[in-house]
Write a protein that binds this ligand. Structure first.
Ligand code: ADP
Ligand code: MG
Length: 147
């Protein structure tokens, strides 16, 4: 079974749990492990929070998510039309944050990279940001073997 889902929703923190649940419900049909579902949910949360806080700076905006599963490879795209990132490499450095109030840890991209197989960031200042994350789900057989 190969499948694709596209959703868009307002960039509000109250919509963050919706995004997480929508993606996990979509992927649940592929029998992921509980760990895989939790890892994907956490990565989605980090990406959506970034779009809300950094991309749109807590102003109105729309977040776009695409989720595709092909041969058990999950591809999730989280996109915004917010302020964009000037230096992507620097932004992805562990502990780097532009959030001035010190509430952010600067570990969002690191968390996404830890929980997903690959994280790619495309961004243009003034245009927006697109994060493409992929992760291959274990097959049911492997899952059973690992107990
Ligand atoms: N969607 C986005 N739009 C604009 N800037 C972003 C976006 N996502 C991340 N960034 C930039 O990358 C930095 C690092 O992000 P992250 O690793 O999640 O750490 P944190 O969110 O704690 O600052 C942010 O501080 C911000 O400057
Ligand atoms: Mg973050």
């Amino acid at each position: 079974m190969n499948d694709i889902m596209k959703i868009q929703f307002p960039a509000k923190s109250s919509c963050e749990s919706f995004a997480r649940v929508a993606v996990s419900a979509f992927i649940a049909r592929y029998d992921p492990t509980l760990a895989e579902i939790n890892e994907i949910k956490t990565a989605v949360s980090e990406g959506v929070t970034n779009s809300i806080i950094h991309g749109y700076e807590n102003e109105n905006g729309v977040i776009y998510i695409e989720c595709e599963v092909r041969d058990r490879q999950v591809k999730i795209i989280i996109a915004d039309k917010g302020k964009g990132i000037e230096d992507i490499e620097r932004a992805m450095t562990p502990l780097f944050t532009t959030n001035p109030d010190g509430e952010r840890s600067g570990m969002g991209f690191t968390v996404m990279g830890t929980f997903m197989d690959k994280v790619e960031v495309k961004s243009l200042p003034g245009v927006g940001t697109r994060i493409i994350m992929t992760k291959t789900l274990e097959t049911a057989g492997e899952e059973a073997e690992c107990g």
